[in-house]
Structure formats: structure tokens, C-alpha cells
Design a protein around this ligand. Structure first.
Ligand code: CA
Length: 494
């Protein structure tokens, strides 16, 4: 009976990801002139005050006005999620303490190494004597190995057999041929399975036999409950020496991790550097959800196309400033208990035109707010717009004062009633205010009736950085409500 009939395909039970690194290359996508977009999303942002460096208490804010009268106490503390961690995973070198049966260490070194590699030919294998304790269910495991495989060879990279007679059945076997990987496995109870992995076309055409490539396979599988204990594990062939599955070629740096590496960790294992990601870069994804969600980088996804189940890399007590610009409307930034705070966003480009700045608050709006912009990459700032409960008190400016010139700056008085949370403040640089509004209309230049001939207004739209200064509070009754919070900063422009 062939393996193909013994092992039934059951993709849903497990997933494996494979990283093959041949050389670093990048693809280029054609650029196009953008329509209006959020210029602030995922941009460098700083705040003078963020809670959570040490644990602190605050009163929760809700849209219900009663949330300000009573205090539902919450904790602010910055931490990575429980199963995330921030430490680099440490592998065990399987060849270091092992029986090498007809395997010689006389192969040419892999790229970047001067150490001789292991040569497998004929009936040959490595039997590791030391294996880490592995739990397939969670956190899984990862095999990482450099290989230079002979052309046409269908070889076993690693196999693990049941040690108890009379079965001696395979419980896992990772086979590679022409850079197609097949993973055979059998759970504690139930049928055997095989998962097949075809590499991306763009990669596979670069993968050649008789060349060095790094292969990383991470396995995490809720359907399996075996523990690898060292007995019955072979590298280079199936247990029992079945010639059909003998690996032929070279191997080096045969490593096993007692957890499924996340995608960034697989790159870290190759380059030595954990790729940087927006917000809390040192917090890793949990093994169950190894992929950064590009649209909401504080969250992690499974390596399964179309699976939308996400897990945050941060504990839900963490409220870093990037949560204002992380693309996730539910996450929010929180300051410490304070009377003022400043936020700076680097839009990262010059020559941008900003049409809207929209702030969505967690908790009540501040007593007053100054928006400033920079035209010289953050060296100098100039006022752009003021908001206040009362402009005279806060800034000695008129409430809803006149806009005599295309680049005049005034102070807009809040429209009452104020909300206890999720209030929105909108600064429109160019678009006329809504009809019936108490905000004056911003004029174009004299002898000009549209934006494109109004040079002063065009200049007024420009910004390389935006800065927000928050002062005092509105509506607050309990001192532990005296924080600033933002669900989102939207800077719309092009
Ligand atoms: Ca957010």
C-alpha cells in the first residue's frame, strides 16, 4: 500500500508554512497619482503623554452620558499579548548530539558559512539524540534546514515514527522533491493525512536542484497530540530506511524550534533581524496566528488565505499612540491623567495637500485644541486651526472669527451638546462648511473663483507634519477621567 493511499488529505486540521529563501529580491509595483487618502495612517507618530509605562487606573468612557457620572475602573498597562512574548526563539541543533549513520561531514558549506555540510547518499541518516519537548497542538514546532538536493531526488528531510510495536507507523514525514514539499502526518486518533505545498510560481522558477536554499517549515496543528521525544526521529530518511524516500544531497544547520515560528521570526532566523512593524514592533505574533495583518498591524492572522480571525499582539490594557493611526477604529490611544498633551504626526512626504483633519475621541473632547502644521519637515510649526469650548478664554480669540484671507486662521467654538465619547471634530482646510454652520466660508484669492488659481489657499493646504495640542477637559467630573483619548486621527489629502 502506497503512502498516497494511506494518508488522506485533511487540510483543515493543520497548517504549515514554508519559507524558502534563495536571495533577497524585491518586486516593484507601478505608481499612480493617488486620489484622496488617509495621509496619517501607519505614519510615524509621537505623543508627549501615553499611559501604561507603569500600571495605572482610569475611568472608562462610553457614549452613554452616565459613563461620566460613575467610574467603571479600567487599567492602562502596555504589554505584549500573553502568548506573544518578545524574546527570540532559540532552536536546538539536531545534528550536534546525534548518531550519524553513513553521513559524512565533507560537503561544501552553504552560502555564508565556512563549516562543512552533511552529505547524504545511499542508505544514510542522522538520528538525533536530543529533542526538545514538542507539543503539536500549541505552540507547535518548526524545522529549519539549509538543503542542496540532488536533481530528481525525492527525499525525507525529517521523519518521526511511533516507537511502540507493532505499528511503527509514521506520525510525521516531511518530504521534498523539486521544491515541492509534502507533509505526511497522523494524529493520535483518526486517519492519516497528507498536505501538499506548491511554491509560488515566481519563487519556484528560481529554485534549482544542486543549489543551496533555506527551508523553514512551521507546524501547528490542533488535530495532533503527539509529543516528539527523540525516539524514532530520523533526518534524511524514513524510519526503517525505505530507499524510495532516501534524501540525497547536502544539509546544514538542521534546527528544530519547540514552537511554530511566526512569519517575521522565520525571516529573523535567516537574517538575524526581526522585521519592523508599525506599533509595538518587539511584540511578536502568537504561534497560532503567525502573520501580521497589514491593514491593522497590531493584529495577527493565520497563514490561511481568507481566514479573518485575528489576535492582537498587545494586551487590551495597552493604548499606544499608534492606535490613533493604526487603521483599526476600535483601538484607541490614551494619555496619562494630565491637563495637556501634544501629538506629532510625520506625514513623511513634502508637497502633500490636506483637505480634512478629523479627530474621533475616546472620552470627552479636550477643553481646547490647537492644530499646527509644518512645511519644513517638523523644524518649525505654524497654527492651522483652533477649537475650543470658549475661544476667548482659551486662546484670546473670537469664537468663529472671520476668515478674511485664504490662509486666515480662526478658532471654531464647539457645537453643544458635547458627547461623553466618540465625539468628532472636523477641520476642513478648503471645503466650505456645512450650510447653517456658524463657521465662516474661507475665501479664494481676489479675482479667483476656484482652488487652482488661488495660490495662497493652495499653500494653506500643504503640510509635512501635523501637530495637535490638547488643553484641559470638558464634561469631566471624576479626576480619573482627566485623560485625552483618540480612536482615530484622519488626515485626508493627496
Ligand atoms: Ca485606532
Amino acid at each position: 500500500m502506497g503512502l498516497n493511499t494511506r494518508w488522506k488529505f485533511q487540510r483543515k486540521l493543520m497548517y504549515v508554512f514554508i519559507l524558502l529563501v534563495w536571495h533577497l529580491s524585491s518586486t516593484h509595483s507601478a505608481g499612480y497619482f493617488p486620489k484622496l487618502v488617509d495621509l496619517a495612517v501607519l505614519k510615524p507618530i509621537t505623543s508627549t503623554s501615553t499611559c501604561g509605562e507603569t500600571s495605572s487606573k482610569y475611568c472608562q468612557s462610553l457614549s452613554r452620558a452616565t459613563s461620566l457620572q460613575t467610574c467603571v475602573e479600567k487599567t492602562c498597562k502596555f504589554d505584549c499579548c500573553t502568548n506573544c512574548g518578545s524574546a527570540r526563539p532559540v532552536p536546538i541543533d539536531l545534528a550536534q548530539s546525534s548518531n550519524k549513520v553513513r553521513v559524512t561531514q565533507d560537503g561544501d558549506p552553504r552560502n555564508g558559512s565556512i563549516v562543512r555540510s552533511f552529505r547524504f547518499q545511499g542508505d544514510s541518516y542522522i538520528q538525533p539524540l536530543r529533542m526538545p519537548t514538542i507539543n503539536y497542538v500549541d505552540p507547535g514546532f518548526t524545522i529549519s534546514v539549509w538543503i542542496k538536493q540532488k536533481q530528481g531526488n525525492k527525499g525525507t528531510i525529517i521523519s518521526k515514527d511511533e516507537s511502540i510495536a507493532p505499528n511503527f507507523a509514521n506520525v510525521l514525514q516531511l518530504v521534498i522533491q523539486d521544491y515541492n514539499l509534502k507533509f505526511y502526518y497522523r494524529p493520535a486518533t483518526g486517519n492519516a493525512s497528507v498536505a501538499s505545498y506548491t511554491l509560488l510560481q515566481s519563487q519556484s522558477e528560481k529554485l534549482q536542484p544542486d543549489e543551496w536554499h533555506l527551508i523553514t517549515v512551521a507546524v501547528i496543528n490542533k488535530g495532533l497530540s503527539y509529543y516528539i521525544d527523540g525516539s524514532g526521529v530520523r533526518i534524511g530518511q524514513k524510519y526503517g530506511g525505505d530507499a524510495e524516500w532516501q534524501y540525497e544531497g547536502l544539509m546544514q544547520d538542521i534546527l528544530i524550534y519547540n514552537k511554530a515560528l511566526t512569519n517575521r521570526e522565520a525571516i529573523e532566523a535567516f537574517t538575524g533581524v526581526l522585521p519592523s512593524v508599525y506599533v509595538a514592533s518587539h511584540c511578536r505574533c502568537p504561534p497560532t496566528h503567525p502573520k501580521i495583518n497589514v491593514a491593522e498591524p497590531a493584529k495577527c492572522l493565520k497563514n490561511v488565505e481568507g481566514d479573518l480571525d485575528t489576535v492582537s499582539r498587545l494586551k487590551d490594557t495597552a493604548h499606544p499612540i499608534e492606535f490613533a493611526t493604526d487603521g483599526d477604529t476600535l483601538s484607541f490611544w490614551l494619555s496619562e491623567i494630565t491637563q495637556n498633551a501634544t501629538i506629532d504626526i510625520n506625514l513623511s512626504y513634502t508637497g502633500l495637500q490636506v483637505f480634512y483633519v478629523v479627530l474621533t475621541f475616546y472620552g470627552p473632547v479636550p477643553g481646547a485644541l490647537k492644530i499646527q502644521r509644518s512645511l519644513d519637515n517638523g523644524h518649525t510649526f505654524q497654527p492651522w486651526q483652533y477649537f475650543a469650548e470658549d475661544c476667548k478664554t482659551s486662546f484670546n480669540l473670537d469664537n468663529n472669527g472671520p476668515l478674511n484671507w485664504p490662509d486666515s486662521v480662526n478658532c471654531v467654538q464647539y457645537v453643544k451638546p458635547l458627547l461623553s465619547s466618540s465625539g468628532v471634530l472636523t477641520f476642513q482646510t478648503e471645503y466650505p462648511p456645512p450650510s447653517g454652520s456658524n463657521i465662516p466660508v474661507r475665501p479664494f484669492n481676489q479675482d479667483c473663483s476656484n482652488l487652482y488659481c488661488s495660490t495662497r489657499l493652495l499653500q494653506f493646504l500643504k503640510a509635512t507634519h501635523v501637530k495637535f495640542d490638547f488643553y484641559n477637559h470638558t464634561l469631566v467630573q471624576n479626576p480619573r477621567h482627566r485623560y485625552f483619548g483618540l480612536q482615530r486621527i484622519l488626515v485626508t489629502g493627496r
